[in-house]
Write a protein that binds this ligand. Structure first.
Ligand SMILES: [Zn+2]
Length: 297
C-alpha cells in the first residue's frame, strides 16, 4: 500500500496541523503496521560478504619476462598475458622451466571490476502526490489504476531501488554476474523479482514488488567478463486499506468526518515500468569477485 509522509504537497483537511505530535504519532503508528524488513540487518550482511571476497588471494598473474634476447620464444609470446594459477599455459607457469628467469606479477583485478546500472525513462509526470491525493483517489478514484510517474514518485522509487539493489554488488549486479558466468554462449537472459520497502522515502510501499528481465552479452577477456545489456523493470503495488486509514490516521486527528465513513473506497493498483542498461566488468572467478548474488533473508 502507498502512503505519503508529512512532506507531501497537500495538507489534510485544513484544520489539521501536520506538524502536531498527535499527527506524527498516528502516522508513525500507521507506518509501523505490517512486517517491515530490517534494512540495517540486510546491509550488515552485505558488508560482511564484501571484505571476505576482497581478501581472497589472487588466482591470476601477469607473465613477465626479462625482455632480453635470452628469453625463449614461447615465453616471450606469454609476456604481458594473464594466466590462472590453476590453469597453466602449455609452457607451464613462469620460472618452472629449467633456467627460466620469467616471473609472475600478481594480478589484482578487483579494482578493474565495476558494475554500472543506468535507469532510463524514469521521469515523473508532475509534482509528487501528497498523501491526501492517495487517499482521495482511494475514496473517489473508482479503483482506476495509477502509474507511479503519474503520482510523481517514479524518480525517487528508481533511486531507492538502486540504493537497495541496483548498486549493491551482492544483489542485482551479483545476480546478473552469476547468471552470465553460468552461460556458456555469448548471450544470456533471465528474470528477477523481489519485494522492496519504500515507506521510509516517499510513501508506504508495504509490499511493493519490482520485477524485471535482464538480457545481455558476455565476452571473456582473460580473467574478466565484459557484460553489456538491457533491463526492463516493472513495479506493481496495491493501495487498499480502509481500516487502517480510519483507525490510525483519521481517528487520532479527529478527521473521520472529512470523508464519508460509510463509504470505504476502492482499492487500486499502482503500476509502472521503465528501462535500464548495464555495463560491467566482473571476474570470471566468482570466489574472487565482489559481484555475486546473496539472496535476501
Ligand atoms: Zn622464461
Amino acid at each position: 500500500m502507498i502512503f505519503i509522509p508529512p512532506s507531501g504537497r497537500d495538507a489534510l483537511p485544513a484544520r489539521t496541523d501536520r506538524a502536531s505530535p498527535q499527527y506524527r504519532k498516528a502516522f508513525e503508528a500507521y507506518l509501523r503496521r505490517g512486517t517491515p524488513i530490517d534494512l540495517r540487518g540486510r546491509a550488515a550482511l552485505e558488508e560482511k560478504a564484501e571484505p571476505a571476497a576482497r581478501n581472497r588471494p589472487a588466482t591470476h598473474y601477469i607473465w613477465r619476462t626479462r625482455g632480453d634476447g635470452k628469453v625463449r620464444p614461447s615465453h616471450a609470446a606469454n609476456d604481458g598475458k594473464i594466466f590462472a594459477w590453476d590453469d597453466p599455459p602449455p609452457t607451464g607457469h613462469p620460472g618452472e622451466d629449467y633456467g627460466c628467469r620469467c616471473w609472475a606479477e600478481p594480478y589484482a583485478p578487483d579494482a578493474q571490476e565495476f558494475f554500472n546500472i543506468e535507469m532510463k525513462d524514469v521521469s515523473d509526470e508532475g509534482p509528487p502526490w501528497g498523501h491526501t491525493d492517495f487517499i482521495r483517489h482511494y475514496f473517489f478514484g473508482g479503483g482506476r489504476t495509477v502509474t507511479v510517474r503519474e503520482t510523481g514518485h517514479l524518480g525517487a522509487v528508481a533511486a531507492e531501488f538502486r540504493r537497495q539493489a541496483g548498486d549493491v554488488p551482492t544483489r542485482l549486479p551479483g545476480q546478473i554476474a552469476d547468471f552470465a558466468r553460468a552461460e556458456a554462449d555469448g548471450r544470456f537472459t533471465d528474470t528477477f523479482k523481489a519485494p522492496y520497502e519504500m515507506q521510509h522515502i516517499v510513501f508506504s510501499l508495504g509490499n511493493t514488488t519490482i520485477r524485471g528481465r535482464f538480457s545481455g552479452t558476455r565476452q571473456q577477456n582473460h580473467a574478466l567478463l565484459d557484460l553489456r545489456g538491457t533491463i526492463s523493470f516493472k513495479l506493481t503495488d496495491m493501495f487498499r486499506d480502509p481500516g487502517d486509514i480510519e483507525e490510525w490516521i483519521l481517528e487520532p486527528i479527529g478527521a473521520v468526518g472529512a470523508f464519508p465513513t460509510e463509504f470505504l473506497g476502492t482499492p487500486y493498483s499502482i503500476v509502472d515500468h521503465w528501462r535500464g542498461t548495464f555495463a560491467a566488468k566482473v571476474l570470471v572467478d566468482r570466489r574472487q569477485s565482489r559481484f555475486f548474488y546473496v539472496p535476501p533473508r
